[in-house]
Write a protein that binds this ligand. Sequence first.
Ligand code: GLU
Length: 473
Amino acid sequence: MKANAQTVRVRFAPSPTGHLHIGGLRSALFNWLFARHHGGTYLLRVEDTDLVRSTKEFLASQLASMAWAGIQSDEPIVYQMSREVEHRAAALGLMRIGKAYPCFCSPRDADEVVSSLEAGFGQKYDRTCRDKTYTEEDLKKPHCVRFRLPDNLPHVSFHDIIRGDITTRGEYFDDFVIIRRDGSPIYNFCVVIDDIFMRITHIIRGEDHIPNTPKQVLLYDALGVTPPKFAHLPLILGKDGSKLSKRDAAVSVEEYRAQGFMPEALINYLVRLGWAHGDQEIFTVPELVEFFSLDDVGKKGSIFDAKKLEWLNGIYLRQSSSEQVLQAIAAMNQSLADELVAVWGNEKLLALIKLYKERAVTLVEVAHQILGLAKAPSSLDVALIAKWRNERTASLVGAFSAKLNEEENLSHEHLLQVANSVCDVQGEKLVHLAQSLRLALTGTIQSPGVFDLLGILGKKESGERLNRLLGLL
Ligand code: GLU
């Protein structure tokens, strides 16, 4: 699909009524990538008109999630609520040209026929006020404003870049409310007025908005404005094929951040949900920008696979430098990062991250394992030792500990040599000594290379941990 580089303007329009959903982040990403690919502009509009459900806390959380993911608006954020005056003025404009009218039906009647969106298709307003004349004075009485549906409307059609032509029969529509009796504009109306104001060229959003689109198209026509192009993204599904819910997996971006996923990995994973570029699984952001096209977005919903996301996160961890991983830990939890630096000092911490990131899945694991290493194992598992120990273990560990005590060179290579020579003398395999050392240093039989850990822990601390094991052998 060709889009004019100069004119592409897209927006992500979340409502701050909860934390940012991963489906929302995916919509934001597709908009952002589309804008970047075409050299266009990506905008954020906060749809904060639901005064009951929108909160400052959710707004702050959503903005923080977007900042964490690196998806930020190219222009100042538009807050929908601050544009109510414009929304009302636009409704008045439609009234003046006869495309909307005040409806004075009693609230009870009006409640019954609010709009087909709220009442469901089939319940239509009976048009009592449609052809009544009204004066300026009448407008002081309580009323809502209704859209005047064009006469003889066989159908409303729009083209969707992903799904093709979508046509809805005219009989499904009524003279729907655009401004409620309390003066607040309805969603479908604000969206159109704001998208026109923001000069949006392409609307890329979840397919749950398909039913709203025909009404928006009707409003564009009434306003004499060509509608933007539409692309409705398939849903993200849970294992059973229904819309992803909390039962399937964490659904907020915030939870993934807190669980220790790297933003790059989450982005890579989410973009691949619904979009493909051959068989490629791992993409840098510049690659995504280069390759992204709505032509490659499928119609079918994609099943969320937490295991695959973990796999990707592991790959991103291994690809990142220790400095980048430390930064990512800080972006996840600044006080955890501060604690790590305070406990280990920068140099040792970076050396440890280099070791631990090779085998971890999340940043939380990396951070907690490294913090855990700072303390000598609180207890050594006697059963584990019994499984491992043989008649040479004590003398082997003792001999190595004595040599370590005399060493000045604590490099991996040198300590490995020392261990090999101790094993040669005692006729034991290196793996036996290494596993014993691992148990002494970490209390576990799985850890990064022990000859690296010895050097980082230092002679004194390592010696003390080895002595504790010796005491139990
Ligand atoms: N505020 C709407 C939502 O959060 C999105 C509106 C739109 O993209 O047109 O679902």
